[in-house]
Design a protein. Sequence first.
Length: 45
Amino acid sequence: MKNLSFNSVWMSIVFGILLATAPAWVDKTPEAGYDAPWVFHGSHK
């Protein structure tokens, strides 16, 4: 049971990161100079 919950949490995190980074790798507009494209959405403009 512990392994199942860990797996679901891990998949949720990965899926959330993919959704958060989707605009960055779909538009292919590198606006950030650091390796965290999900951080700069509207925060450093």
